[in-house]
Design a protein around this ligand. Structure first.
Ligand code: PNS
Length: 167
């Protein structure tokens, strides 16, 4: 069975991430979406919210599992028997970081390939950071996240349907 890992912070999950998850799930027998737990990092959303939004948003995909991981990605990938790490690439600006990430991962685990999927052009401008910024200032983020993720973000930030901050 071919297993691939799609790692990320997913803080929050975006439509760009969903595009990669749906396409990657068609390329492998099992796709594990792995949410990073970095105890040194301050996240916008709690771990249980990131986990819940991913589980609900991927429930229609039979070969997708969602887990939280800590430590090195390659150690986690090995523990799952994964041969591939999936990453999305949006624009040239992603390239430098992704090049370095795959380089060190390849150094530590030569048997694991990093596979890049170009994010659908429709979402190439989208990032979790921009969603956070827009939401925190009451911007309309309605069509940028899958519905379960939007619901969680709106609950936490008390946004109205028009995208106005309610607090
Ligand atoms: O969504 P992100 O924040 O771009 O994802 C980054 C992620 C989770 C892929 C990366 O930070 C990661 O793999 N972290 C785990 C620790 C690790 O293995 N770092 C790379 C080698 S030092």
């Amino acid at each position: 069975m071919k297993i691939a890992i799609y790692p990320g912070s997913f803080d929050p999950l975006t439509n760009g991430h969903m595009d990669i998850i749906e396409r990657a799930s068609r390329l492998t027998d099992k796709l594990i979406v792995a949410i990073l737990r970095n105890t040194k990092k301050q996240y916008w959303l709690a771990e249980q919210d990131r986990l819940a939004m991913l589980k609900m948003s991927t429930s229609h995909l039979g070969n997708v599992e969602v887990e939280v991981f800590g430590g090195l990605l390659v150690d986690y990938a090995r523990s799952k028997g994964a041969r591939a790490i999936i990453r999305g690439m949006r624009m040239v600006s992603d390239f430098e970081y992704e090049m370095a990430l795959q380089g060190i991962n390849k150094h530590m685990a030569p048997e694991i390939e990093t596979v890049y999927l170009m994010t659908d052009g429709k979402w190439s401008y989208l990032s979790s950071s921009l969603i956070k910024e827009a939401a925190a200032m009451g911007g309309n983020i309605n069509d940028l996240l899958p519905p379960p993720a939007l619901e969680i973000v709106k609950r936490i930030y008390s946004l109205t349907d028009e995208g106005e901050a309610g607090r």
